[in-house]
Design a protein around this ligand. Structure first.
Ligand SMILES: Cc1cc2nc3c(=O)[nH]c(=O)nc-3n(C[C@H](O)[C@H](O)[C@H](O)COP(=O)(O)OP(=O)(O)OC[C@H]3O[C@@H](n4cnc5c(N)ncnc54)[C@H](O)[C@@H]3O)c2cc1C
Length: 469
């Protein structure tokens, strides 16, 4: 007989009865049948048990829930899409302010803007804007929260042409730690607007994001694969090719194991490969010309590039990465890919521990690099790539194996990096890592944190501590 495992106790907050009466959306505590399902995060490696979950319906609910959390002296976490690797959308024994019911999007095709509620997933935005042939840069998996992704920066298929997601953010509606609700943009509360464009959830709860949209009626996209034993040659070619390519062409580099099913040919199933996932905004003829070079590098085992709507590209990998898997990652910004770094990459890629484990290099040149390093908190505008090493698997018994592979790979490559990492590709790694990530912008963030959140109410995030006076 297996030993009985006691469920960890969760603090009981009798006052949550009043919150239930005050909120439009549901309020859940540990006794609710829906509590366990609702508290789940995307990363099943993280198992947090909040005392209260306030499922907000609108900005008024957010203000009410925040006031309750402060009155009860609870640690407060804010969940947008719940995708954060380190599980920063939840908190043990505290209050989870859950925005995941707030998923409205309003697109104005005339002004090419979208108003996106604070709990939307990328797919909600892609769907609503895609109907008008419009889009703004976002990530590569459609279930990722717009909230966390945007507040941390936002990298994706359109980054070389149109910049980071924050470079396309024109205003936010935000509930501040004291419960006040303001709209911040370049003219109103410009310091706050500066801080939210990369400063994460440190400054308040965003109930609405307004984005600039671009005409993206369709893209020409898909992956090229090469056998892993050609990876050094391919990576060395990619480091020269992509930075010189026109900004209409984006291509992120990856190592992966080919999934064992359609649309991949059976001969490739379970094969480890080096890959580039392309997204071209150029015409079909121009794209073909741009990608001619691909066929002269090694011997590609698959080249599956075709026209498709942008929302189709942005949800292409969703089935490979469903919610509820073990997930562990480490990241760095990279300026140069030296031959030695490439050699180390390939050594570790040959040891990909599970079918879904991967490594990606996301380009940050082009439009993203033309924004000044001080114009937003996102300090690494001069990096060439954001590198992320990801261990993923459905089986919790593989958690330690994933972690060991990621940490070993990261330790081998970190000496070739620039120091900081993209804040959205970090686990909960401590203050020094956060400081390295914001670099020369950290002190300004800390000063603004003191002004807007002196008591550090919003500390369940990649935390910027309020500057001491
Ligand atoms: C499968 C997968 C694919 C990814 N792909 C990409 C990618 O292509 N590009 C990229 O840039 N990133 C990518 N990411 C990283 C992603 O940006 C981060 O994980 C991000 O934190 C997710 O945001 P979320 O709202 O889903 O997370 P949550 O866990 O809900 O929240 C993360 C943090 O943001 C804060 N937050 C969220 N919403 C709000 C809000 N409305 N107001 C205030 N604070 C808020 C939370 O408090 C928390 O600190 C990916 C992540 C995963 C798991």
């Amino acid at each position: 007989m297996s030993p009985r495992v006691e469920a960890p106790t969760v603090r009981s907050i009798p006052e949550s009865r009043q919150l239930r009466a005050d909120l439009r959306g549901p309020v859940l505590t540990r006794d609710d049948p829906a509590y366990d399902e609702t508290r789940k995060l995307y990363n099943a490696m993280i198992n947090k048990r909040p005392a209260v979950i306030a499922r907000c319906w609108d900005a008024a609910d957010v203000v009410t829930a925040l006031r309750f959390g402060r009155e009860q002296n609870l640690d407060i976490a804010v969940r947008g899409g719940g995708h954060n690797g380190g599980g920063l959308g939840s908190v043990d024994d505290g209050l989870m302010i859950d925005l995941s019911l707030m998923r409205g999007v309003r697109v104005d095709p005339k002004s090419r803007t979208a108003d996106v509620s604070g709990g939307c997933q990328l797919g909600d935005l892609d769907h609503a804007a895609g109907a008008f042939g419009l889009a703004t840069p976002g990530g590569i998996i459609s279930t990722t929260g717009v909230g966390g992704l945007t507040l941390g920066g936002g990298l994706g298929h359109l980054t070389r042409k149109y910049g980071l997601t924050i470079d396309n953010l024109t205003s936010v509606d935000i509930v501040l730690p004291d419960g006040t609700f303001v709209t911040a943009d370049a003219d109103e509360h410009p310091d706050l607007f500066w801080a939210v464009r990369g400063g994460g959830g440190n400054f308040g709860i965003v109930t609405n994001f307004r984005f600039r949209l671009h005409p993206v009626p369709s893209v020409i996209a898909g992956p090229t694969f090469w056998p892993i034993d050609q990876a050094e040659e391919v990576m060395a070619w990619y480091r020269e090719f992509l930075p010189k390519a026109p900004e209409e062409l984006n291509g992120f580099f990856g190592f992966l194991t080919v999934p064992p099913g359609p649309p991949f040919p059976p001969a490739l199933h379970h094969q480890k490969v080096a890959a580039v996932v392309w997204c071209s905004l150029a015409s079909a003829a121009q794209t073909e010309r741009l990608l001619e070079a691909v066929h002269r590098v090694g011997t590609p085992s698959l080249h599956a590039v075709s026209p498709m709507p942008y929302p189709a590209l942005n949800s292409m990998f969703d089935p490979l990465y469903p919610s509820g898997h073990q997930w562990y990652w480490r990241a760095d910004f990279v300026k140069e890919l030296s031959d030695e770094a490439i050699h180390q990459h390939v050594l570790h890629a040959q040891q990909l521990p599970t079918g879904q484990s991967t490594m990606h290099l996301y380009p940050i040149d082009g439009a993203a690099s033309r924004v000044g390093a001080r114009d937003t908190p996102w300090a690494y505008r001069h990096a060439q790539w954001a590198e992320v090493i990801v261990g993923v698997d459905p089986d919790p018994r593989n958690a330690a194996r994933l972690r060991d592979w990621v940490v070993g790979y990261h330790e081998a490559l970190h000496p070739y990096s620039m120091g900081g990492a993209y804040v959205n590709f970090m686990m909960d790694e401590g203050t020094e890592r956060v400081r390295a990530t914001y670099g020369e912008n950290y002190d300004r963030l800390a000063t603004l944190k003191r002004r807007f959140d002196p008591k550090n109410v919003f500390h369940v995030n990649q935390n910027v501590r309020p500057a001491t006076a």
